[in-house]
Design a protein around this ligand. Structure first.
Ligand code: NFE
Ligand code: MG
Length: 455
């Protein structure tokens, strides 16, 4: 029988409110309970609103991935009133979402993850951080810290691209059913191209070599924090020129088989969540009724499963589903996948920008659905996002959101199967039980957004 060594509450350097309860036996994590500690109830705000309001309301779920939510909402509506978007709409959506990815991945690497590996100033916004196991020579650590300071400017550049296309950042008003309002003029295209060059060069000359430094000094982290072996991706970044998704869609199981994915096979369990209802169901049939007196409940996050499996989502999952990496995810594997994805996107975004035609339309007016039900999916920076929407008599009847961090940071399900982070932490050796830096590195490798997950 293990002992509870630590309740880390709140866990710092994640978005939102995360609490972690760790039990150890013989210096190893025996059990980890991941808790989303804030109730928000966004899903209940949509009922009775006009379908076109969803794109505005849902973006307020998060200031880090609002574009992803906005696109999931309009994708759902577009399934109810089928519409063929102009090429420019796809290109601008890809650029807007790509800017969100670049901001998010640079933020993650330098400001949420790197402080686990080098000594940081104890002052805000850097500290406090856990000490111990800092392996980089002082000169290399100092360089990494200087790059973390430079990274703020790169995040600003990514947001500037987002604001030029979306009208503002965060929470764009340009994402509409049928496309993107407002195009780019030649000067804006040139500015975005220049910003992309800057970010690309930062990634090539700073982020990629800094990742190599971490890999050199922490190779054991390719063996720590392993996932369940099940991965999903809904597919994303449709390219109207190649007629293909940049990120493949699919489900890869623990035996390495890659299969087509269907949002119909998603269920959510609330057995250990502070919501009414004990049995798992497809999000079209489930509700969000808080029940904070549920005695076995320990999180405001629900537990999504795909064909009953505990699946990981995010950059590593996208590589796994595309067949580009084999085997299990790990702390360093996830960090590497995120850096590679950022580099790929800067290259890809330049091709989408070059394909944009200033004279062409950027959206088609199609109004809004009056009846229907559909799932809008997006690959967000942290992984697979789905909005399950039902519209009746011209108003939203039901709205259920399943975010990436719900997949990665879920509590146990009704069978007692632990979520991805809970699973990844088990078995980890902890050197200093007062400051379990090893577990913190696993948490950060999944880049949790608790604001999204409790929505
Ligand atoms: Ni709030 Fe979000 C999550 C991402 S959902 S940051 O989880 O990426 O689109
Ligand atoms: Mg939900």
């Amino acid at each position: 029988m293990g002992q509870t060594i630590s309740v880390i509450d709140p866990v710092s350097r994640v978005e939102g409110h995360l609490s972690l309860e760790i039990t150890t036996a013989d210096g190893k994590v025996e059990e980890a309970l991941v808790k989303g500690t804030m109730y928000r109830g966004f899903e209940n705000l949509f009922a009775g609103k006009q379908p076109d309001d969803a794109r505005t309301i849902c973006q307020r779920v998060c200031g880090v991935c609002p574009t992803s939510h906005g696109l999931a909402a309009v994708n759902a509506m577009q399934h109810m009133i089928p519409v063929i978007l102009p090429d420019n709409a796809y290109l601008l959506r890809n650029l807007l979402l790509g800017a969100e990815f670049l901001h998010s991945h640079i933020l993650h690497f330098y400001h949420l993850c790197v402080p686990d590996y080098i000594e940081m100033p104890a002052t805000s916004p850097w500290g406090p951080v856990y000490g111990g196991d800092k392996r980089l020579p002082a000169a290399e650590a100092e360089q990494l810290f200087n790059h973390a300071v430079e990274a703020f400017r790169q995040r600003q550049k990514a947001h500037t691209i987002g604001a030029m296309i979306g009208g503002r950042m965060p929470h764009s008003m340009a994402i509409v059913i049928g496309g993107i309002t407002g195009g780019l003029n030649a000067e804006q295209v040139e500015n975005i191209d220049r910003l992309l060059n800057d970010i690309h060069s930062f990634i090539e000359t700073r982020m990629v070599p800094d990742l190599a430094r971490l890999e050199t000094h922490y190779p054991d982290y390719y063996e720590i924090g392993k996932g369940t072996g099940h991965f999903i991706s809904f597919g994303g970044f449709w390219d109207p020129k190649t007629n293909k998704n940049l990120f493949a869609a699919g489900y890869r199981d623990a035996a390495g088989r890659i299969m087509p994915i269907s949002s119909s096979y998603v269920t959510e369990s609330t057995y250990y969540s502070w919501y009414q209802g004990d049995f798992p169901g497809n999000p079209f049939g489930t509700t969000t009724v808080p029940d904070k007196n549920k005695s076995r409940g320990y999180s405001w996050i629900k537990a999504p499963r795909y064909v009953g499996q505990v699946c990981e989502v995010g950059p590593f999952a996208r590589l796994a589903v595309s067949g580009s990496v084999q085997g299990l995810s790990s702390v360093m594997g996830r960090i590497r996948a995120r850096v590679e994805e950022a580099r790929l996107l800067t290259v890809q975004m330049k091709t989408w920008l070059a394909a944009y035609k200033e004279s062409g339309p950027t959206y088609v007016f199609v109004g809004q659905p009056s009846v229907g039900c559909a799932v809008g999916t997006v690959e967000a920076p942290r992984g697979s996002l789905a909005h399950y929407v039902t519209v009746c008599n011209g108003a939203i009847d039901k709205y259920q959101i399943v975010t990436p961090t719900c997949w990665n940071c879920s509590p146990k399900d009704e069978r007692g199967c632990a979520g991805v982070l809970e699973h990844a932490a088990v078995g980890t050796s902890v050197e200093d039980e007062a400051e379990p830096i090893e577990v913190m590195r696993i948490v950060h490798s999944l880049d949790p957004c608790m604001a999204c997950s409790v929505h």
